[in-house]
Write a protein that binds this ligand. Structure first.
Ligand code: ZN
Length: 250
């Protein structure tokens, strides 16, 4: 990926000259957040990555990372109850909100441990994605099937004209027509399957590519938001719910 300045990223997102500078944009956002108060907090709990672009711009600008959201913010969930885990203010530890509520004495887990395990697991999955992308897959020849159907229809039209001109018998025409129609129906079914398969393969490629791009890269929050739906922490182990899961299992 090519590194761009926050201004460039901001402009790309809007597709025209930025009307406000990133700094002002950031300020405006902070005002909105302050005003939103608790509403903003509940948004974060259901974080779906919608703020990702603004967030990446902020993270890039802040530079030293101290102002950044924790890498796994909005993604880290308790493996037992699947609730969001609460990350402490220092961003050094996390605990299940439910356990805390129930007065559970479970020690908060170190964020660096969770992040290290997440990175390792994600890298394994990324390598698998890369391997899968490297394998040859046959893309169905949708155009070829469409051409064959068009040709069958043209043949039938021509044969009908021959019959209408009195050059072949009605029996011969009907025999030809029935065979032609059966073949056309067969090809149309094949076309429908081929289209479905082609769409699947395109979606597969588009979903696996961002994941494969993570192999041995230094993990950023942008990479995580593009590839991960949730990180579950359970008894010292990490389970990932990835956008590409359906293609990794197959
Ligand atoms: Zn829990």
């Amino acid at each position: 990926m090519v590194a761009t300045s926050p201004e460039e990223q901001f402009r790309t997102e809007n597709d025209h000259e930025a009307l406000v500078s990133v700094k002002n944009f950031k300020l405006a956002q902070m005002v909105v957040r302050t005003n939103a108060g608790t509403a903003r907090k509940s948004d974060e709990r259901n974080d779906t990555g919608g703020d990702a672009v603004a967030e990446v711009a902020e993270a890039t600008e802040s530079g030293n990372g101290s102002e950044r959201k924790p890498l796994l913010s909005g993604l880290l969930r308790c493996g037992k109850c699947h609730r969001m885990m609460v990350i402490n203010g220092e961003k050094t530890a996390a605990h299940c909100g439910r356990e805390r509520m129930l007065g559970d004495t479970a020690e908060p887990v170190s964020m660096s441990l969770i992040e290290a395990k997440t990175t390792a697991m994600l890298n394994t999955k990324a390598k698998l994605a890369k391997k899968l992308l490297g394998q040859d897959v046959e893309i169905p020849d949708v155009d070829g099937i469409e051409a064959e159907i068009a040709s069958l229809k043209k043949d039938l039209m021509e044969r009908y004209e021959t019959f209408a001109d009195g050059k072949i018998s009605k029996e011969k025409y009907i025999a030809f027509r029935d065979k032609n129609k059966a073949r056309t129906a067969e090809m149309e079914q094949k076309l429908s399957l081929a289209r479905g398969r082609k769409e699947y393969l395109i979606r597969r490629k588009e979903t696996l590519e961002p994941l494969a791009g993570i192999v041995d890269a230094e993990l950023t929050r942008e990479m995580l938001l593009r590839t991960v739906d949730a990180v579950y922490w359970d008894d010292g182990e990490v389970q990932l719910k990835l956008k590409a899961d359906e293609f990794l299992d197959a």
